[in-house]
Ligand binder design. Sequence first.
Ligand code: XMP
Length: 324
Amino acid sequence: DWTPDTFIETTINELRTKLQNDHVILALSGGVDSSVAAILLHQAIGKNLHCIFVDNGLLRKNEFEQVLDSYKHMGLNIKGIDARERFYGQLAGIADPERKRKIIGGAFIEVFDEAAHEVQKELPEGIEVKWLGQGTIYPDVIESISVKGPSATIKSHHNVGGLPDFMKLKVVEPLNTLFKDEVRRVGAALGIDPLILGRHPFPGPGLGIRILGDVTAEKVSILQQADDIYIRNLRESGWYNKVWQAGAIFLPVQSVGVMGDERTYEYVIALRAVGSLDGMTADWIHLPYELLAKISNEIINHVKGINRVVYDISSKPPATIEWE
Ligand code: XMP
């Protein structure tokens, strides 16, 4: 019978046999999968696991600092890299969603590759990083096999096969037989922070695809503030764990409002919350009006640049979860 404890024991033994004294590099995203993969690898090979966590400037408010901190507390050998300016620079003036995804993916590979070279440089002569660790789970494997279907062309959101050929590393994927709920159970058995394990899915391109149109540091800051108010209220009201995924979206549309006796002409924030099993289909969540009212007031009163909040009542299909 499958249990988290037997999985952990077997996997750690297998990893030790496979990796011996080899060094492994792994990119952490702050999400469940890469975190659980990292802790398993860490328990198997200790300091021979080198983790990289990139601030692409498109994470949630304070997320980089908080997540980096909790990874350090878990004892991981981790480098945090501030690459915000590089991402903003490459994204400047780009409005097309698929181009934005490609740019964000490409910039990530550049940053990760540089970081991998740094790690290599710090190792003693003759010792090489030979493996790339990944948090790929079973549904990702299936999805990457079946990407010939129409879903592949709708959005290029595949974290599998992203290995640049110049990196020449072998891939180790300790979770590639598990489903998400099993990954969470393994994570809990490993003692990983419930705040990390219970996180909503968050897309690789992050807030970059929740800012419609071109991305600027200023828009990111506005969206981070609004999103933070939204997510905090979901947590405080107990709705966070009843929702599969939630987030705020920045709409680059200005509308007229009034603040005191001043006319305003500012941007719109859309709130999205969906229930789903696997992201393939999703229903919008009927959040209580009182909660929506509180969130809307807080956002409009505290986030400069926003004078209107709307709630997305579209299901998937025909809408998608993300707006881009
Ligand atoms: P959609 O918008 O296609 O999203 O209904 C389904 C699920 O996939 C996530 N998503 C992404 N994840 N890179 C990712 O890693 C992406 O480019 C991407 N696009 C969408 C989305 O957040 C939802 O959970």
